[in-house]
Design a protein around this ligand. Structure first.
Ligand SMILES: [Cu+2]
Length: 260
């Protein structure tokens, strides 16, 4: 993956700017203008027969930050870093989005998230995160290849409880930041996109036409402040590649707020 070499170069050139950037970001993230609100989508009946207000969120994961959106048109300070970003209803980048990684969802609701994953991948440090956890039914729906041009599944959708631990692009993992609130833990592994297609698309300055598409639903409790992050070592650095994009907010992590 040439992005690792690029990331290493980026560290040398741009490392000084990182600390200042994180502080600014966290301060800005305190108000709601920096968050994506879930979209209302009717009601959802859980397997136990209970009905909840239903909300949806969409997002993308990219092999670099040149998708526009919250990093800016040219990819911002770290164009070579992997990143989450705001997505339209068919996995298209929302180039005008001002935020891509802070989310607000209502309390006591069913939240369905769809993630299009445009990056390649490698092996997880920890098998734990290759399993789907905390979702309705303990499952997710996976389309290994989604055609973003025709808006159709290029492979059949299937219900999954895990993916191979050596085929993980990124993970979406929500967890609490304090113990005096409802616990919310959700982990969904996102299948890598085809390596050759990702590389070919990157060489042309774009993203693969066929990301994987993963959809899952979970039920929120009382209001609370949570954090989400990727548990795949997709960053850079000497400590198990948990540096750079992995340790900077707004790339592979963000706020996840449950509002009453
Ligand atoms: Cu990641």
């Amino acid at each position: 993956m040439n992005k690792r070499i690029l990331a290493a170069l980026g560290t040398v050139i741009l490392g000084a700017g990182v600390t200042a950037g994180i502080g600014t970001y966290v301060a800005a993230a305190k108000n709601d203008s920096g968050s994506i609100m879930a979209t209302s989508a009717g009601s959802f009946t859980a397997p136990d027969g209970k009905t909840y207000p239903h909300y949806t969120l969409t997002m993308n994961t990219y092999p670099n930050s040149t998708f526009g959106g919250h990093h800016g048109e040219d990819g911002g300070a770290h164009p070579d870093w992997v990143s989450y970003g705001a997505a339209g209803p068919y996995g298209e980048p929302l180039r005008d989005a001002k935020t891509g990684t802070n989310f607000v969802v209502p309390a006591h609701s069913a939240v369905t998230i769809t993630i299009w994953q445009y990056d390649s991948g490698e092996t997880l440090n920890n098998d734990f995160f290759a399993k789907v956890r905390g979702t309705v039914g303990g499952t997710a729906t996976l389309v290994e290849r989604y055609d973003t041009k025709s808006h159709t599944n290029a492979t059949e959708a299937k219900t999954i409880t895990q993916i191979p631990h050596d085929a993980v692009g990124h993970t979406f993992t929500i967890h609490g930041v304090s113990s005096d609130q409802d616990s919310l833990f959700v982990n969904v592994p996102l299948l890598l996109a085809n390596d050759d297609e990702v590389t070919a698309a990157e060489e042309e300055g774009g993203f693969t036409q066929f990301p994987s598409m993963t959809t899952f639903t979970f039920i929120t409790g009382d209001e609370g402040e949570y954090i989400w992050n990727c548990e795949f070592p997709c960053g850079d650095g000497t400590v198990a590649r948990f540096g750079n994009a992995m340790s900077a907010m707004s790339y592979m992590s963000g706020h996840f707020t449950v509002k009453g």
